[in-house]
Design a binder for this molecule. Structure first.
Ligand SMILES: Cc1cc2nc3c(=O)[nH]c(=O)nc-3n(C[C@H](O)[C@H](O)[C@H](O)COP(=O)(O)O)c2cc1C
Ligand SMILES: [Mn+2]
Length: 494
């Protein structure tokens, strides 16, 4: 283990020793003062409500919450909320120097993708902490864990929110590892919900088409890098394990599971193994669930179930919990940064020059209101930027607005962005629409199938044709601002 860490250290340009697993990260979060231990909360509505308000009151800066001594449960069966969801913790997780502002994170990520990123496949090992406890067949009892009931109108307790669902394509052997919600039905059965077009759903359909159940692992507590890869749009045929490994700089260790030989992350906290059944006798009602757009947009529906036959877990396991809700939620800051960087990477590879920054605002749940700033270089450049950002894989699913601004506008600063839309945009000329795009039953603006939505793009750049004659901005020069701030510093302390 130490040797690998050393190798990673050498590799990392920032010379940061990378973490081994979630527990290693928790120590680091504690060192930087960003971990709060909460004792005695109730799994039933209380701990999720606390996670929600703590995060919403201080977006990007709220601590991670580690719940222990949860009502009705052993002291050390814990729940973690918001692991990577702050400036500082996300930088630790990704191995970046401490950021000063949102775009520092995006820039570091994008630089890595541009310069030295490579996919690093997992390394198979024989054993690891996840095998400390194994419950088999009739001993399986999911209620052993303090599974949260998150919001009042949810249809049940969700064991899988900050999770990674691991499935193997039966034709190519590609291992997909993505975040899909998992609701407990009874002590050894869960529901699982996958939106049309998702990789896991495509894989599941291949098994169902052959009349077979689909083998699956559900990791319900793991390294935040796996969760970040699991809920970001990593390309089809690319394993999120390889992608997350690439960001850590050394491989994730995996152990073949007992029944299906699927890769169990060796340092995960809780992993379920079983099969997904989608036949008529098996399906059960799933949901509703408070969703990422901030609504209950889709009703409860009949969905496939997972029959759980193994539960692997570490001693004193930690269930990781995401609380989708009216934004900001306890994962939207981290998502905003990663998604912004992924879109930047993709559109740059598609040939777009002149990108200065991107920010997928938390107010749009990190998907619905994405702003891209460019240094305009030719007529049509702004439209190209918007179209690519709206349609590349990382920006496509369930999007709504893309705004393009000039390079003097900080895309992460909503005040700057509203000013640009208000003063550099002629609404009938500078808004355009994209119809029939990839969306989801979770879209608050869709009442039923087919789940396609329409998008708006806003060109809030100075009009290309007369941009050099555009009115001068009225503000003190940087020199004057600097001078006065130095002269009266007490006015500028936090
Ligand atoms: C907390 C959370 C819960 C999510 N739940 C679901 C879900 O239940 N179903 C789904 O299709 N996508 C869900 N997503 C979005 C997917 O994880 C995301 O689109 C991911 O890229 C899908 O991976 P895939 O491309 O391998 O299918 C969720 C995301 C988050 C952050
Ligand atoms: Mn995938």
């Amino acid at each position: 283990m130490d040797k690998k860490v050393d190798e990673a250290k050498n590799k990392d340009r920032a010379n940061i020793t990378r973490h081994v697993d979630l527990r290693d990260l928790l120590e680091r979060f504690e060192e930087i003062g960003e971990l709060e231990v909460i004792e005695g909360a109730d799994w039933n509505l209380e701990l999720a409500a606390l996670a929600e308000v703590v995060c919403a009151r201080n977006p990007g800066k709220a601590p991670a919450l580690l719940f222990k001594n949860i009502k009705d449960y052993p002291e050390n069966f814990r729940i973690l909320s918001g692991a990577a969801n702050s400036f500082k913790r996300l930088a630790v997780v990704l191995g970046f120097p401490e950021p000063e502002k949102e775009l520092d994170l995006v820039q570091c990520y994008r630089d890595r993708m541009k310069e030295d990123f490579e996919l690093i496949p997992p390394e198979e090992v024989k054993t690891g902490p996840i095998l400390e406890n194994i419950d088999r067949d009739e001993d399986v009892d999911l209620y052993k864990f303090p599974i949260p009931f998150i919001h009042e109108y949810d249809g049940g307790r969700y064991i899988g929110t900050d999770d990674v669902v691991i499935m193997k394509d039966p034709d190519s052997g590609w291992v997909n590892a993505a975040t899909y919600r998992v609701m407990v039905q009874d002590k050894n059965t869960t529901g699982i919900w996958m939106s049309p077009g998702k990789h896991g759903r495509m894989i599941r359909e291949k098994y169902f088409a052959k009349g077979e159940p689909c083998p699956v692992l559900i990791s319900c507590g793991q390294d935040p890098l796996l969760f970040l890869a699991g809920h970001s749009e990593v390309d089809i045929d690319v394993s999120e394990f390889d992608y997350a490994g690439g960001h850590r700089g050394f491989p994730f260790e995996t152990i073949p599971s007992e029944i299906h030989g699927l890769p169990i992350p060796a340092h995960a906290e809780i992993v379920l193994e079983g099969e997904i059944y989608g036949d008529e006798e098996s399906i059960q009602i799933e949901g509703p669930f408070g969703e990422f757009m901030g609504y209950y947009a889709s009703d409860a529906s009949e969905q496939p179930i997972v029959k759980v036959r193994r539960v692997y877990y570490r001693n004193d396991p930690i269930l990781t919990m995401a609380v989708p809700s009216r934004p900001p939620a306890n994962f939207t800051f981290a998502r905003a940064a990663v998604k912004s960087a992924m879109i930047w990477d993709e559109i740059e590879k598609a040939g777009l020059p002149g990108v200065e920054g991107i920010w997928c605002h938390e107010a749009g749940a990190g998907r619905l209101f994405n702003v891209i700033s460019i240094k305009q270089m030719y007529a049509g450049h702004a439209t190209q930027a918007a179209m690519l950002a709206a349609n590349c894989h990382a920006g496509n699913y369930a999007g709504r607005w893309v705004v393009v601004v000039d390079e003097d506008i900080d895309p992460s600063n909503i005040f700057d962005v509203v000013w640009a839309i208000s003063t550099r945009c002629d609404p009938p000329e500078d808004t355009r629409f994209i119809h029939k795009s990839w969306s989801t039953p979770l879209d608050s603006m869709l009442q039923g199938p087919p789940y396609q939505n329409n998008r708006g793009i806003i060109d809030a750049c100075r009009p290309w044709g007369w941009k050099d004659d555009f009115p001068r901005v009225a503000e003190s020069s940087p020199e004057w601002k600097d001078k006065v701030m130095k002269k009266w510093p007490h006015l500028f302390e936090n």
